[in-house]
Design a protein around this ligand. Sequence first.
Ligand SMILES: *[C@@H]1O[C@H](CO)[C@@H](O)[C@H](O)[C@H]1NC(C)=O
Ligand SMILES: *[C@@H]1O[C@H](CO)[C@@H](O)[C@H](O)[C@H]1NC(C)=O
Ligand SMILES: *[C@@H]1O[C@H](CO)[C@@H](O)[C@H](O)[C@H]1NC(C)=O
Ligand SMILES: *[C@@H]1O[C@H](CO)[C@@H](O)[C@H](O)[C@H]1NC(C)=O
Ligand SMILES: *[C@@H]1O[C@H](CO)[C@@H](O)[C@H](O)[C@H]1NC(C)=O
Ligand SMILES: *[C@@H]1O[C@H](CO)[C@@H](O)[C@H](O)[C@H]1NC(C)=O
Ligand SMILES: *[C@@H]1O[C@H](CO)[C@@H](O)[C@H](O)[C@H]1NC(C)=O
Ligand SMILES: *[C@@H]1O[C@H](CO)[C@@H](O)[C@H](O)[C@H]1NC(C)=O
Ligand SMILES: *[C@@H]1O[C@H](CO)[C@@H](O)[C@H](O)[C@H]1NC(C)=O
Ligand SMILES: *[C@@H]1O[C@H](CO)[C@@H](O)[C@H](O)[C@H]1NC(C)=O
Ligand SMILES: *[C@@H]1O[C@H](CO)[C@@H](O)[C@H](O)[C@H]1NC(C)=O
Length: 491
Amino acid sequence: MARRLLTALSALSLSVGTIAQEWPYLTYKTAPFQPPQLNITTSGAPQAPGYLFIGPRGNQAAGTAALIYDQDGNLVYQGPEEVTSNFKVQKLFGRDVITFWAGDMMSIGYGYGTVHFLDNTYKEIYTVNLNGPFTSPNGTAMPSYIDLHESKVTNRNTLLVTAYNVTQQDLSAIGGPTDGWMLDGQFYEIDIPTNKILFKWSALENIADIPFNGSHQGLGKSGSSQEDPWDAYHINAITETNEGYMVSLRHFWSGYYLYKNGTIKWQIDGQNGGDFNLGTGNNFSWQHDIRVDNETSQGLVLTMFNNANTPTDEGQPTTGLSMALDLVNWSVTNLKTLADPSDEIHSVSQGSYQPLDNSVGHVVMDYGSIAKVKEYDAAGNTIMRAQFGPDNDVASYRGYKSQWVGTPFWQPAVVVENNTVYMSWNGATEYDNWAVYGAQAESASNKTLLSTVARTGFESSTTLNQLTEYIQVVARKGTTNLASSNITSTQ
Ligand SMILES: *[C@@H]1O[C@H](CO)[C@@H](O)[C@H](O)[C@H]1NC(C)=O
Ligand SMILES: *[C@@H]1O[C@H](CO)[C@@H](O)[C@H](O)[C@H]1NC(C)=O
Ligand SMILES: *[C@@H]1O[C@H](CO)[C@@H](O)[C@H](O)[C@H]1NC(C)=O
Ligand SMILES: *[C@@H]1O[C@H](CO)[C@@H](O)[C@H](O)[C@H]1NC(C)=O
Ligand SMILES: *[C@@H]1O[C@H](CO)[C@@H](O)[C@H](O)[C@H]1NC(C)=O
Ligand SMILES: *[C@@H]1O[C@H](CO)[C@@H](O)[C@H](O)[C@H]1NC(C)=O
Ligand SMILES: *[C@@H]1O[C@H](CO)[C@@H](O)[C@H](O)[C@H]1NC(C)=O
Ligand SMILES: *[C@@H]1O[C@H](CO)[C@@H](O)[C@H](O)[C@H]1NC(C)=O
Ligand SMILES: *[C@@H]1O[C@H](CO)[C@@H](O)[C@H](O)[C@H]1NC(C)=O
Ligand SMILES: *[C@@H]1O[C@H](CO)[C@@H](O)[C@H](O)[C@H]1NC(C)=O
Ligand SMILES: *[C@@H]1O[C@H](CO)[C@@H](O)[C@H](O)[C@H]1NC(C)=O
């Protein structure tokens, strides 16, 4: 395998050094945001309806935040400047909510943070933290030990999260020190309102079924100190299944199906099949986002983002995989291998595979360390390409397309510069025009309608012939008022 030169780029943390000044960004009068411009191209079949949800970070001056864009590349929502992951819409207690992880990311690609739940007004309704006797590389206690890789709400309204624990371990089986250091890969099922731990699983506690020699992550220089633990497993996706859980261990090129008690029922290994006869077209490596679909006692569909590359080794082009696993004769049948021949990608880390339920057969893939999102139609054609940064310079851990109705609890913003009125309502999806009112006083009850303006993306503007002393703008759907700005002095 060819050696890749990716200096200062570790698996997940793209350290902020030189700014990616080549990449254009958007600016506004009414908000201090600088999100990356989304370069969108489309072809073929119509796209599925929905907005793009990404969380870019890396070598960019600003715009490290949870971002929603529409299909024309207009910003719809920007959250606070912070490192996020898994920004998406999920169902909780029957309602659509926004969920995302925010926190600190470590250099070898895991993190310590919190999972946030926002309702459709963007009010934080739940905040999930994880505490316990965890060890961090420098021994400092962290406010919460939820890792960035997973924030899945289950169909029983609980939360599945991953956690990485630094622990001392005999690594002589793989040529390391007997008093070595490594990262255990754990996951937790948590009750969302109370943060109570309902279930805990540890890869290290299953060492008999997941022996160290199955790891494709060489020790290298790691493993001899607490500060530099060996990342044996790299746990990165958890899904609930009919009989328990499905776990993805990137460094084992494997998915593990667990019973509810955590015992491994079967393993699918991307190289040798594990408990399956892999057949052709189904091998995978360094994967992310393993999911289970259409599960019965006889079989299931497994989907994943098959990186097939690491920061140090270039492999085959990255693909999206969908495979039927037969649980009677333990065979695997390839259903889809998604790739875009006109723009071949080698994604060395991160990434996601999202089957869209509102457009059957469509799949959205976020390419992780490559700042691109693509939509494939049911026949596997690429029908949408969106880029938000230079290759290997800006990343989004995962990226999604979702329908979403947002009616923020905050007011619209208005800025008047000379005779031009600028207005926006961060996060609002439902308004389509603005009414601009003039008033003589802040408390005026006799406002005058000066202008109506069609919505143009995130921010709209209109130039007035004559300014009144005060201005108020109202976001409307047709002629229905949705929300008003303050009455603002134009002085
Ligand atoms: C955006 O995409 C177009 C068409 O593919 C390309 O010509 C242009 O260079 C891209 N812009 C950036 C900033 O990459
Ligand atoms: C230890 O590491 C954490 C996470 O990177 C960091 O926030 C903290 O400042 C470090 N503490 C010390 C004492 O270096
Ligand atoms: C983390 O590892 C330490 C050291 O082995 C151990 O004492 C602790 O119980 C572990 N924490 C969890 C949550 O498993
Ligand atoms: C890995 O170790 C296990 C037991 O620890 C052993 O049974 C197995 O043969 C080893 N596999 C390889 C490929 O060395
Ligand atoms: C876990 O559950 C499975 C299925 O019920 C059972 O076969 C297995 O023995 C259990 N493992 C333990 C450790 O109890
Ligand atoms: C799958 O197997 C083929 C043939 O052995 C190999 O060329 C390819 O690199 C493998 N792909 C992955 C993702 O492991
Ligand atoms: C699950 O089954 C439904 C109905 O047959 C099908 O439309 C859908 O594509 C399947 N999901 C996957 C991921 O294959
Ligand atoms: C296993 O079952 C699948 C689906 O029923 C079938 O397509 C395949 O040929 C079978 N494979 C073997 C090896 O029997
Ligand atoms: C506003 O008008 C003044 C005076 O005409 C001019 O100097 C200034 O550049 C204008 N500002 C903007 C932002 O257009
Ligand atoms: C609006 O009210 C102000 C203060 O009450 C008054 O001076 C002004 O004449 C009124 N304007 C109109 C158009 O009624
Ligand atoms: C509107 O006015 C209130 C009260 O003065 C203030 O607290 C709030 O920040 C203002 N809202 C905006 C969007 O400026």
